[in-house]
Design a protein around this ligand. Sequence first.
Ligand code: HEM
Length: 444
Amino acid sequence: MKDVPLIPADHWFFRNSLVVLNDPLAFFVNTFAEYGDIYNVNSNLYTIYVTANPKHIQEIMVSNKKDYAKSDDYKILKYSLGNGLLTSEGDFWKKQRRIAQPAFHRESMKKLLDIMIASTQKIVASWKEKTQVQLTDEMNFLTLDIVTKCLFGTELKTDYSKIQQAVTIENEYLAERIMTPFKPPFWVPTSKNRAYRKARAYSSSLILNIIKDRQENPSTHNDLLSMLMNAEDEDTGEKMSNQQLKDESITIFVAGHETTANALSWTFYLLTQHPDKLKILQQEIDTVLQDKPPTFQNLKELTYTQMVLEESMRLYPPAWTIVRKVAHETTMDGYLFKKDTRLILDVYMLHRHPDYWENPTAFEPERFESNQKKKRHKYAYIPFGAGQRMCIGNSFAMMEMKVVLTLLLQQFNLSLAPNAPEVVPEPLITLRPKNGILMDIRSR
Ligand code: HEM
């Protein structure tokens, strides 16, 4: 049996815990360069292994998934997301996934296209009055608007902004708790804990009221909530309880907007840095769409757009790490993995692994042409995760990003503002641009 290489400690007591917490991305990049694609972080908190090897990803997420579980970080998310799809496990998760899956199928997605277009057109109209935008704020606002309307429809009696505010407070609070391990317990009445609990009670009651209102006044709605409310377990005919519908709705909210906003922000940024690729993309958009919004059929024809988005998520994967723990002692690639060892799947370095990617730091959408894709290890690219726990919102996100990218590029030329702060990745739960991205915009 081999030992996972142990990284020398930076400090006699904290070992490498502080270095990792201080700048995890730099630590991962530098340690990969020095020690390779699997190592033991040497933390004083727990045993933590990091891997950026596609064969290991396959083993952990697919071939031997029964020996691995979601990490304890997901328990923190449970405060808000309850037993939603992202945080539940075992048979309960399996049943929920089976019931929820049809709401994310092709036919269901078709019904959401118009909502995505309408929300984006509002941004297009507002940009016509502007010459400069803080792109990351705009994308966060837009993806939040899209996910709210796709979930609850466009004719909500409740003020959308109230739900959005509450969910945003919850999201930021939980992200901070996950990133900083030493926090006063949840029940201590600090001002942050109180604000969080208030937001959580508020979002729960609002969403439960929307569900009850629908049950009392049934009518046809083309939105995710009604698809989830009507969904039945194929075997038992069972439907979701109201509590479960609430957990799934908040989960979709939280899982479904920041990731997409980051991917879009990075994509626009990369395009401003690569005018030759932007030109090819704009030609495709103009030829396929002829100045009109995309139809569902058009989305498939936007092949270069797809490749640009894929390449952008390779370089800046919004879910830049995926975390698991060893549920039962096991072996992997000749290493012994003891129970409760934390595993960080380092998606950022996996996507830049020089054994699997030629010229890994270059922005080359062409590497996602289908013949190129076929030649690569299947698990060298996992922006949406892998195996049975893969993102259920994958097609939703791709459709949304194509709509936003095409509608904005039809109308505007973007360039990084001369006074923009340096664009650097900030590795929080998702990988976001640290200082935002200040863009100059001009009508085309
Ligand atoms: C670019 C955008 C997105 C990225 C990069 C992304 C990434 C991911 C990843 C990596 C996972 C797996 C997590 C793990 O295995 O621990 C995941 C799961 C999930 N995502 Fe996404 N996601 C995106 C958009 C969305 C959207 C738009 C929705 C909903 C509308 C969504 C809903 C979910 C849910 C519910 C899960 C849990 C699935 C399960 O375990 O059954 N995501 N996502």
